[in-house]
Write a new protein. Structure first.
Length: 313
């Protein structure tokens, strides 16, 4: 993929977790561990090239355990965030709890949460050596910490979509929730109590892009698609009203609808907007040559490992 940051500096590139491995179902066989570790390193190196700003930690990112994730976090040129994963022995946070980025004068605070409910089996090896602070208590604490230092707060959520809704409904101060785990596409993101809920489907098949348009300092946004829909409706109302022979009852209804559309559009003037786009990532998209070389090297190494040359007799 093209490094979007080469030409567009006013952009944040983020991931909300489950980046490194496939969906965890069972403990991995010993003979698969080295190959999976190699692939995870390739993914992180690729994201380094792409210029990622931050990644939230998902349950599947812990597939090879906390020590491996800590090791790979030191090779990432971007922070791995988790505000509620604690080391069982020390009780301290294992990863970065937050990040503040300044984009075009806008101070943006980021933090991340992982739901402990995704580790159903008490013997799940992914949570070995870990404890989890309550996501909702942590969210409140992180908002209190970040609010005085930032203009906008983003949660990289690995709580699942139902809990994203619950956070939006109950914890004020968060402006965007970039969610993961549930694996759904939200091309028209809901806005709950002025919180925009974003999510793209899993397996690396989609990329989401959110554009924010600021007209004032208040961090409240409406979907540009709403304005476009109202403008289209208003155009249709005017066309219909200019027609001859319309029954008076219908004409009255159209006038009321037109007045309501005009009133709403007037209210939206000078308010901040957002535009959301979800793109299918496919083989036809231009690849970064450096990443292509890394992938080819990985494939060659994997094939050599899987098909070792037999010694000559």
């Amino acid at each position: 993929m093209k490094d979007v940051r080469q030409s567009e500096r006013e952009i944040l590139v983020l991931d909300a977790g489950d980046l490194l491995f496939k969906k965890y179902l069972n403990p991995l066989p010993e003979n698969a561990l080295a190959g999976m570790a190699e692939k995870a390193h390739l993914i992180v190196e690729s994201f380094n090239v792409m210029g990622y700003d931050a990644m939230g930690i998902g349950d599947d990112d812990l597939t090879l355990g906390k020590d491996f994730l800590l090791e790979i976090s030191r090779k990432a040129h971007f922070p791995l965030l988790s505000s509620n994963i604690l080391d069982e022995a020390s009780g301290k946070n294992l990863f970065h709890t937050s990040l503040i980025k300044e984009i075009n004068g806008l101070r943006i605070g980021l933090f991340s949460l992982l739901s402990p409910d995704f580790f159903v089996d008490p013997s799940d090896p992914r949570k070995k050596g870990l404890n989890f602070r309550s996501p909702f208590e942590t969210a409140k604490a992180m908002v209190e910490e970040l609010k005085p230092k930032t203009d906008l707060i983003i949660l990289l959520s690995h709580l699942g979509y139902p809990n994203d809704i619950r956070v939006a409904q109950t914890i004020p101060g968060i402006h965007l929730i970039l969610g993961a785990h549930t694996g759904i596409n939200l091309p028209y993101p809901p806005v709950i109590k002025n919180v925009i809920l974003l999510q793209t489907a899993s397996r690396g098949m989609f990329g989401g892009r959110l554009n924010l348009l600021f007209y004032n300092k208040e961090p409240i946004f409406y979907n540009t698609a709403t304005r476009i829909s109202l403008e289209n409706n208003l155009h249709r109302y005017n066309e219909r009203l200019s027609s001859k022979g319309i029954p008076e009852v219908e004409r009255t209804q159209l006038r009321r609808a037109k007045e309501e559309a005009e009133r709403t559009l007037k209210q939206l003037q000078s308010k901040n907007q957002f535009m959301n786009q979800i793109t299918v990532l496919n083989e036809q998209m231009k690849s970064d040559p450096d990443i292509g070389k890394m992938i080819e090297a990985y494939k060659a190494k994997t094939q050599a490992t899987e098909n070792p040359v037999s010694p000559k007799s």
